[in-house]
Ligand binder design. Structure first.
Ligand SMILES: Nc1ncnc2c1ncn2[C@@H]1O[C@H](COP(=O)(O)OP(=O)(O)OP(=O)(O)O)[C@@H](O)[C@H]1O
Ligand SMILES: [Mg+2]
Length: 379
């Protein structure tokens, strides 16, 4: 994109010639003959660089500069001065002008300064963007203890729920044998069906909770991560297409095999990809799964161009049961399961997100599992 420049000077012929010469150098140039006029334009458009004459009737150069900086702090200003106004130029620099230039000015020097000012503006914008994309690495202790509690509850609830479902099934069988038609028979059958359906839901939740905190049938093997990713992405492609989402991969072919449980890594990937699909929503968008080496770790990034996560939620997304999805659509256990698995593998999971722009989850895994993982497996 062309840099947008606003040229402010009360000498009309000077402004017109300079504007034309800058346009020839591929700048997008607007002009103003008065400070007041410049401010109107500044309010209306986003200029990258404003070039302001230090000495103008009406609103002077310094006042114009101050207002420009107040209205659009990111717009860079270059002051134009004659010999008599060098002092003003220096004052301007103190007030935030990027640079100044003596009249009559060399076009090449001016172009050079505009380019530098533009680069500085771009850098500022980038820094602001980075600051908005908050990096969040997860607090370990709190989640681990929450996980234990959740798993404890799940374990305790599992058996009673299973017994209740068995009993409901038993009543159903008994009713089948009773041939007489009671008035309430249909209603009793409906109620039993409901008990079984809700019991099934409880079971799914307790199973998810247990896999958050404890290892379930995991077997370590030499895992070719890229192959597994292609497989999982293949599986998700259909759901993604349904939601008008494209999933692409960018896999580093130098990744060595890692020692890990394929079903667990698969579970992590599926949870992250499903979340990304939900975040992108029906309007369509892009998901990218990439791998890279970082020191001795393998890093998997799952990025989406979805709704992003507001700052007020980011601390909570790994908590069991935290969900923003409607009842019946999310249990809020996906990320806590991912967290549990990655933590046991001696890895880390981090998130960067920007509202309305997208989210990246980064899973960092060691090539060799740590002792905790091996002990867990042997237990
Ligand atoms: N890629 C993402 N973009 C935006 N928000 C996300 C993303 N991933 C997770 N979230 C937010 O974090 C919440 C928790 O995610 P988590 O996977 O733990 O549960 P869930 O997806 O709501 O339910 P479940 O995974 O059990 O179906 C989500 O409800 C959502 O608000
Ligand atoms: Mg989820």
């Amino acid at each position: 994109m062309k840099s947008r420049v606003l040229l402010v000077d009360d000498e009309e012929s000077f402004v017109d010639t300079l504007a034309e010469r800058l346009r020839n150098r591929d700048f997008d140039v607007a002009t103003a003959l008065r400070g007041e006029e410049a401010l109107e334009k500044i309010k209306e458009y986003n200029f990258d660089v404003a070039i302001i004459d230090a000495l103008m009737p009406g609103l002077g150069g310094i006042e114009t500069l101050k207002e420009v900086k107040r209205l659009k702090p990111l717009t860079e200003v270059i002051m134009l001065t004659g010999h008599a106004t060098v002092e003003t130029a220096i004052e301007g620099m103190k007030l935030g002008a990027y640079d100044y230039l003596m009249k009559p000015c060399e076009i090449d020097t001016l172009v050079e300064k505009i380019k530098k000012a533009y680069a500085r503006k771009a850098e500022h914008e980038e820094n602001i963007e980075k600051a908005k994309m908050q990096v969040q690495v997860i607090e370990v202790g709190k989640l681990a203890s929450m996980g234990e509690l959740a798993a404890g509850v799940a374990h305790e609830v599992n058996n009673p729920v299973a017994i209740m479902m068995e009993e409901a099934g038993w009543i159903e069988d008994l009713l089948e044998e009773e041939s007489q038609k009671g008035e309430n028979l249909d209603e009793i059958k409906r109620a039993l069906k409901q008990i079984k359906a809700q019991g099934e839901r409880c079971k799914q939740i307790t199973h998810k909770l247990l896999s958050f905190a404890r290892k379930t049938h995991s077997q370590l093997s030499d895992l070719q991560l890229n192959e597994l990713i292609e497989e999982v992405v293949g599986l998700s492609q259909r759901t993604a297409r349904y939601s008008n989402v494209r999933i692409e991969t960018e896999l580093d072919s130098n990744i060595p095999p890692i020692t890990a449980s394929p079903s667990e890594v698969q579970q992590v990937l599926l949870n992250l990809i499903n979340n990304a699909i939900d975040a992108v929503g029906k309007d369509g968008g892009k998901i990218k799964v990439s791998t890279r080496m970082d020191n001795d770790d393998v890093v998997i990034d799952v990025s989406d161009t979805g709704c992003g996560i507001p700052e007020s939620h980011i601390q909570r997304i790994f908590d069991p049961f935290f969900t923003t999805k409607p009842v019946g659509h999310g249990t809020g256990l996906g990320l806590s399961i991912c967290y549990g698995i990655v933590d046991r593998m001696g890895g880390k999971i981090a998130v960067r997100s920007s509202v309305e722009k997208g989210t990246t989850f980064s899973v960092r895994l060691p090539i060799q599992p740590n002792d905790k993982e091996i002990n867990d497996i042997q237990r």
